[in-house]
Design a binder for this molecule. Structure first.
Ligand code: NAD
Length: 490
């Protein structure tokens, strides 16, 4: 195990709103514990955006973060306005922090249903952080129909799943679970699940299993103690990690690490809390827990254990900020809460004390794929285009749409199915299916013959005569397997 004692410099962005208050409290705790870190405070946040920097950071800030590799950040306000992206999300994407890791643990002194029932929670959610619908690739196809593209890629899935397995192994976890919806999204979530079980073969010491995400939510709120590490795609992971925050007392106790190969970002999950800004009453625990994850990521195990034991001891003794804890005990402000933790250095909590050196792990990174990740998959032996889906705008009934399409098949194509919102409405369907003004018309080669792109372009120009074509997708067949889904009812 790597134990670092050397001085290291990290970038710190204090953030907006309560950011500077909670960051100062956490850095005071680190300094009192003599954590061997130097801090390069960088200009990043809404106030920098307001000066005209569209990504929310100055050029110098970006250079510092990229050369130092670690950013410890306070919450940042999302600038308002259509098309303006969140500074937080931009940072995560710019630096390809592909894994979002959040560990949720019972903190004694923070009352929850589970702590009262004596059910201990220690679950780590690893969420893919770049792909899925978070590409934000959305279009209005007609005035009534919006489309979001959901990308799940093999290299992207490999990076995050490999990280989750390696982290679970180093953490000493027994079980790793893939949360997914592959029963419905057979191709996208199916790919994520397939990669999960491929990588699982390299870790026979871990019990690898999978749970459909809705069932996972139900199980997490009934028996959270049976889960250890859970890995999910981006949107499902986003929802499940907030659910887990609720299990341990809310967002005030939810740390977050965004792990990349070159740059990692540690931050609290909560926002800038404008309603309590400037009052020195914010709870710094979530940022402190994120900071502890950062110390362990850097190898400062001993310092992390001292501070975490002091935090737990402080919580157990009933000291709290105004947002949680026993209302009969007066709350303390941010500065005094931090000072109480400092005063408790060396004290050992009665629940879950952290061992000073053993049993903690350096967060693994460096899962850079061996070659250009965009080119990683081998071409299949047999690849052919067997048809095309054309999404057309129409207010007509399915039969009328099909009849117009059939006029243009020219003996090369056959019209296989017409669907509306994914449900087949021609050649068979139900009058009870509600229709919107966009149909997917699926054309395949007659007798299953191979289709060329040129033939598709010619079909496009013929169909254009009758419809506005909103979008098209090729139907690929790889080694005899369809690389596309069937319509519901097809
Ligand atoms: P919020 O998390 O800032 O606040 C929600 C509620 O929780 C408020 O009542 C607030 O007082 C309370 N709260 C939050 N953190 C607290 C703390 N540490 N101690 C005590 N109480 C706390 O969410 P919001 O109001 O929806 O968002 C405010 C701004 O923060 C928005 O601009 C949003 O985009 C941004 N935001 C940033 C991040 C981030 O930087 N990672 C995350 C979420 C929201």
């Amino acid at each position: 195990m790597q134990i670092l004692k050397t001085m290291r410099t990290i970038a710190v962005a204090k953030g907006d709103g309560i950011g500077p208050e909670i960051m100062d409290a956490v850095l005071n705790i680190f300094n009192a514990a003599e954590v061997p870190l130097d801090y390069k405070v960088v200009d990043m946040g809404k106030w920098v955006f307001d000066k005209g920097f569209s990504n929310g950071m100055t050029v110098e800030a970006q250079e510092s973060i990229e050369s130092l590799g670690i950013l410890f950040k306070g919450p940042m306000e999302t600038p308002k306005g259509k098309g303006v992206k969140s500074i937080n999300v931009t940072a995560r994407k710019t630096w390809n922090t592909y894994a979002n890791k959040r560990t949720f643990q019972t903190l004694y002194g923070v009352d929850t249903v589970f702590s009262k029932a004596g059910i201990p929670i220690d679950v780590t959610i690893v969420r893919e952080n770049i792909e899925d619908t978070y590409g934000g690739i959305e279009h209005m196809l007609t005035h009534d129909v919006a489309l979001s593209r959901r990308f799940i890629t093999r290299p992207g899935s490999m990076q995050v799943i490999k990280y989750a397995f390696e982290m679970a192994k180093k953490k000493g976890a027994k079980r790793i679970t893939c949360g997914h919806k592959a029963n419905i999204m057979k191709i996208t979530d199916g790919l994520f699940l397939e990669v999960f079980y491929e990588i699982a073969k390299e870790y026979p010491e871990l019990k690898a299993d999978d749970v459909i995400v809705d069932d996972l939510c139900m199980k997490l709120v009934t028996r959270p103690d049976v889960f250890d590490v859970v890995v999910l795609t981006n949107l499902q992971g986003d929802i499940v990690s907030d659910l887990c925050a609720g299990l341990v007392g809310g967002l005030g106790f939810a740390p977050s690490a965004n792990i990349g190969d070159h740059i990692s970002i540690f931050e609290a999950v909560h926002g800038t809390a404008p309603d309590i800004t400037g009052k020195n009453i914010a709870n710094p625990t979530a940022l402190l827990l994120s900071g502890l994850a950062m110390l362990r990521h850097l190898g400062y195990m001993e310092k992390a254990a001292i501070i975490e034991n002091a935090l737990q001891y402080t919580l157990e003794s009933g000291i709290h900020t105004g947002d949680f804890g026993n209302k009969e005990i007066p709350s303390v402000n941010t500065t005094d809460f931090a000072q109480a933790i400092i005063n408790n250095f060396g004290k050992i909590p009665s629940h879950n004390p952290r061992p000073a050196l053993a049993n903690h792990y350096v967060t693994p990174t460096m899962f850079k794929l061996q070659k250009n990740p965009m080119l990683m998959s081998q071409e299949m032996q047999e690849e052919m285009i067997v048809g095309v889906d054309m999404f057309v705008e129409s207010n007509e009934q399915p039969l009328a749409v099909a009849e117009k399409c059939l006029k243009h098949t020219n003996g090369i194509f056959k019209l296989v199915t017409v669907s509306n919102r994914g449900t087949q409405v021609w050649p068979t369907g139900s009058v009870f299916t509600n229709l919107v003004n966009q149909y997917r018309c699926r054309f395949e080669g007659v007798d299953g013959t191979v289709i060329t792109q040129q033939e598709i372009v010619l079909l496009y120009t013929r169909i254009m005569a009758d419809f506005k074509i909103c979008s098209t997708e090729l139907l690929n067949m790889w080694n005899g397997t369809k690389a596309y889904s069937l319509a519901q009812g097809q």
